[in-house]
Design a protein around this ligand. Structure first.
Ligand code: URA
Length: 165
């Protein structure tokens, strides 16, 4: 959801039950938190586009399996090829590791995690595109750990600079 002409693409992990039912990313509890966190820093769905690594919900919300990531990411790559974002904000560990591993699923595990990488822009080559990757905490993690809010706000200053807001 959002603006396909935006410079910034947010990428989450996988739809939950509500997202699956509505066919839209981030509409459940994590999505409501994301809406609130974006509004607090003055960003709207006109400034960004939001999607997920997986395009449907893993049973019982379990972590996505490697084969599932492999099966679903051709759609993500197609979205990226069409949108050509300048900046990708990866939400949480899965998306961050996917982009750091340049989409090579077997290299995801060895990548550093979100706790060390959040808010630090990294220039990467992904599928022939030069992209600035800005890892961010997952909005669901912020629901459970409110102390992450101030770090999120600091990280969003980096994102806002990118959209000139
Ligand atoms: N969590 C995600 O990573 N994506 C969604 O769409 C919803 C929750």
């Amino acid at each position: 959801k959002g603006n396909t002409n935006a410079k910034i693409l947010f990428v989450g992990e996988a739809p939950g039950r509500n997202e699956d039912e509505q066919g839209l990313p981030f509409v459940g509890a994590a999505g409501k938190n994301l809406d609130k966190l974006l509004a607090q820093v003055g960003l709207t769905l006109d400034d960004i586009y939001i999607t997920n690594i997986l395009k449907c919900r893993p049973p019982e919300n379990r972590d996505p399996a490697k084969e599932e990531i492999k099966a679903h990411t051709p759609w993500l790559k197609k979205q990226i090829r069409e949108m050509k974002p300048e900046v990708v904000c990866s939400l949480g560990n899965y998306a961050t590791k996917f982009f750091l591993a340049k989409g090579k699923i077997n290299e995801m595990d060895e990548q550093p995690g979100i706790t060390t990488l959040h808010g630090k822009p990294l220039q990467i080559e992904f599928d022939g595109l030069s992209i600035k990757l800005i890892p961010l905490f997952h909005p669901a993690a912020i629901i459970y750990n409110r102390s992450l809010i101030s770090l999120w706000e600091q990280d969003m200053e980096v994102v806002k600079n990118e959209v000139g807001k």
